[in-house]
Design a protein around this ligand. Structure first.
Ligand code: PLP
Length: 403
């Protein structure tokens, strides 16, 4: 996509994969409702169920444990506000049986705001700190679980930890964290939104009881996502959206057949490209080396720990992210500052704040996130724009000194 513009904002949305576009268009041509028993209905049902198998396969799960939603935000709200049910316990949502919720401070707003909206009693919202590298430490998690036990003895806590951060790309050591959660009798829910296409995901290996995805982060259409439960005993305690009993009673409303078919096609496409993360690492590392040459004082957030192969979050002193974004855009380069805000406003990042990143760096943090279609020419264009911006900054500094 080098010629016209360089799209380097894949963590906000990945471009629609051609196979997903094709699947969406052919699904839209079908007239049937998947709940109808006639041939047209069965054809639509066939698409939904095929996509369910493909989405399950993407994370090593079972089709019967997939619930389609309108995206990750709905998934988080469903799990937190309807509550989770396991064979032995009911977790938040059903007021009398609600347990505490522990969430990392760096979770996406979809999770943090869903917790806010869940109406939990005082003391039931426990914020889990992260290290300066953006990692959840097993000891901090154990302490949070102990706090949860003290607040609500005998009630299992729901723990929410993301697989990888959308702003920094930092990957959490989930298997180790899951062991701590299991030991304390809690339930682990993983926001795996940034995983597909960047990392292999196996729900069992992560140790998650449930995880959720959003199709548009890996080549599917916007507005569709899924919850994948690890086992048949884990379910929502009720439908978050009440209606006609679709999705095995977990999510009412006629299924978004075209969106779901597109998500399934994108999941198949990701599985067909197992080498993609390795290619991304090469491009990303080359980009970061060149960034280091361009500005010796560049700070790359999370550079010492395991990160997504496609994400670079960096800051250069004296460069304001708000101004840089405009300059990049004018030069035909789409990047982002911290998280993409719904209002288009640039806000200080709660993720970087939780990591203790100083305000000066937070205000300059720029996120470049790439994907399998990204070319060297795209990154050249980004670096050329940055070079121009740095030259302007130097010129301004010089004239200020001369004045
Ligand atoms: N979780 C993470 C880590 C994300 O990056 C996003 C999207 O930016 C979401 C959740 C929310 O996804 P959606 O807006 O598709 O519901």
């Amino acid at each position: 996509m080098g010629a016209v513009r360089a799209y380097l904002d894949w963590n906000a949305t990945a471009p629609l994969h051609p196979a997903a576009r094709e699947a969406v268009l052919s699904a839209m041509a079908l007239p049937g409702n998947p709940s109808s028993i006639h041939a047209e209905g069965r054809a639509a049902r066939g698409l939904v169920e095929a996509a369910r198998r493909d989405v399950a396969a993407l994370v090593g799960g079972e089709a019967a444990n997939v619930v389609f939603t309108s995206g990750a935000t709905e998934a988080a709200n469903a799990l937190l506000r309807a509550g989770l049910q396991t064979a032995c316990a009911l977790l938040p949502g059903a007021a009398a049986l609600a347990g505490p919720v522990i969430a990392a401070r760096i979770e996406h707003a979809a999770v943090l705001q869903a917790i806010e909206a869940a109406g939990l009693p005082a003391g039931y919202r426990i914020a889990l700190p992260v290290t300066a590298d953006g990692l959840v430490a097993p000891a901090a998690l154990a302490a949070a679980l102990a706090e949860a036990r003290a607040v609500a003895p005998g009630q299992p806590a729901m723990v929410l930890i993301q697989l990888a951060n959308n702003e920094t790309g930092v990957i959490q050591p989930l298997a180790a964290l899951a062991a701590v959660v299991r030991e304390a009798g809690g339930i682990l829910v993983v926001d795996a939104v940034q995983g597909p296409g960047r990392l292999p995901i196996e729900i069992a290996a992560l140790g998650a009881d449930a995880l959720f995805l959003s199709a548009h982060k890996f080549g599917g259409p916007k507005g569709v996502g899924a919850i994948i439960f690890a086992r048949s005993e884990v379910r929502q305690s009720r439908a978050f959206i009440a209606g006609g009993g679709q999705e095995s009673g977990q999510r009412g409303g006629t299924e978004n057949v075209a969106g779901i078919a597109g998500m399934g096609a994108a999941a198949r496409a990701v599985r067909a490209m197992p080498e993609a993360p390795q290619n991304l690492i090469q491009l990303r590392d080359e980009f970061e080396n060149r960034l280091n040459h361009l500005a010796a004082d560049v700070e790359i957030v999370g550079k010492g720990v395991s990160r997504l192969p496609n994400t670079t979050c960096f800051a250069i002193s004296g460069l304001s992210a708000a101004q840089a974004l405009i300059a990049f855009d004018l030069d035909g380069v789409a990047v982002s500052s911290g998280s993409a805000c719904s209002s288009g406003k640039v806000r200080s990042s709660h993720v970087l704040e939780a990591m203790g990143v100083p305000a000066a760096i937070r205000e300059g943090a720029i996120r470049v996130s790439i994907g399998p279609e990204t070319t060297r020419a795209d990154l050249d264009r980004c670096l050329a724009s940055l070079e121009k911006q740095l030259a302007r900054r130097r010129a301004t500094a010089q004239s200020a000194t001369a004045a």
